[in-house]
Design a protein around this ligand. Structure first.
Ligand SMILES: *Cc1c(COP(=O)(O)O)cnc(C)c1O
Length: 384
């Protein structure tokens, strides 16, 4: 079976893990955690990084740190992985779901600006959503596939309404915007190092940012808000720290970041070039913004096709021993989020049904890629 996206662990992972056991530093303190934070800060162009137990806990603690509270709203694209919405809900807040842009699959800054103009009023203590009476507490774009939306436009909106800009950069390690790493574009950006991401720690995450006060608050919150040396706690904190074992794997992975990102970009290009003839049938490819980290690759079925066809193609690929999947079902269609405030979400509603993700592990071989291309051509040729 050619897998969709599996870890590539042929570097120093084993060596560093053995070192954790030999030194007994297996828990949330250790040299690998410190080293991993340094590597992540550098790779994202951020002054500070705080390693967390997962991307989801990183998002939760970041939203918590900027003051998202029970009863608030957080502006979020509906086309994202469910964890983005869960992090908002874990704060007791609701996502205010908006649409994405077809050229990036990211939240559209124009949509956000016009929705705020139309539905909000500025009061002394913040921006309020008129219909629900709720305070809008943060603006949270997602770097879908490692693509970046126009972050300068988001900065304008965030500054105008005094909203903290928190980015779900879970799948974006290695991405750049205007030639620079993304760490300084938002107050806090949150990464994931889950098993299917470009860099994995097994599980893990990181919150990065430039404001020391903010990242130190994040660090404090992830470590139960303990005031050392005694058992004093000055806030309701979390146990969200990454362990040295996770970070050991992460350090070995980060040593190979640039080669992994290069491979991801090459896979994206490979499909685009070698499946070019399918564009005559209306097939398109995943968008990639300049500097995209190209986390996932795949095809988009022609307009008018639906989820049923995407699933059918996946099952036919499986018969050829190729793992392919559909992609994120929008948040507003998920049971826990059906009643959240939302704007017109027609792009997301149509788009998600037509996506087929294709194998894109960093250890995929040329031969395997060629096999995927042959199989896709055969299947699409018959069906469309
Ligand atoms: C992977 C992912 C997450 C969740 O990260 P975990 O480490 O699995 O908790 C959140 N948001 C997006 C967009 C993701 O791709």
């Amino acid at each position: 079976m050619i897998s969709l996206a599996i870890p590539n662990l042929t570097g120093n992972e084993r060596k560093y893990l053995i070192n954790c056991i030999d030194t007994t530093f297996v828990s949330s303190v250790g040299e690998y955690v410190t080293q991993f934070e340094k590597m992540v800060a550098e790779a994202t162009g951020s002054r500070n990084a705080v390693a967390t137990s997962s991307g989801t806990t990183g998002l939760h603690v970041a939203l918590n740190a900027v003051g998202v509270k029970h009863g608030d709203l957080v502006i979020l694209p509906t086309f994202t992985f469910i964890a983005s919405a869960n992090a908002v809900r874990h704060c007791g807040a609701d996502p205010w779901l908006m649409d994405v842009d077809t050229s990036t699959w990211c939240l559209s800054p124009e949509v956000v600006a016009s929705e705020i103009r139309e539905h909000c009023e500025q009061r002394k203590d913040g921006l309020y959503h008129r219909e629900s009476g709720k305070r809008v507490a943060a603006l949270m774009p997602v770097y879908t596939l490692g693509n970046t939306p126009n972050m300068l436009a988001f900065r304008v909106v965030a500054d105008k309404y005094n909203l903290p800009l928190i980015v779900d950069a879970a799948c974006a390690i290695g991405a750049t915007f205007n030639g620079q790493s993304f760490g300084s574009l938002a107050e806090l950006s949150v990464l994931s190092f889950n098993g299917n991401k470009t860099i994995t720690c097994g599980g893990g995450g990181a919150v990065v940012g430039n404001c020391e006060e903010q990242t130190e608050l994040v660090r404090h919150l992830t470590t139960t808000a303990r005031v050392w040396p005694d058992y004093d706690f000055d806030m309701v904190g979390f146990n969200y720290r990454m362990t040295n074992i996770q970070a050991a794997v992460g350090c070995a992975q980060m040593e190979r970041l640039s080669s992994f990102v290069t491979v991801k970009r090459n896979i994206h290009q490979y499909y685009k070039i070698n499946l070019e003839e399918l564009t005559r049938k209306g097939i398109t490819f995943f968008p990639s913004t300049e500097g995209s980290s190209c986390w996932f690759s795949g095809i988009v079925l022609p307009a008018g096709e639906t989820l049923k066809m995407a699933k059918h193609i996946c099952s036919l690929l499986k018969e050829d021993d190729i793992e392919a999947r559909t992609f994120w079902k929008p948040v507003h269609l998920q049971k826990p989020y059906g009643n959240c405030p939302k704007s017109d979400i027609s792009v997301s509603e149509d788009l998600w049904q037509r996506i087929v993700t294709l194998p894109c592990s960093t250890n995929i071989t040329e031969e395997e890629l060629a096999k995927v291309v042959i199989s896709i051509k055969k299947i699409v040729g018959k069906l469309l």
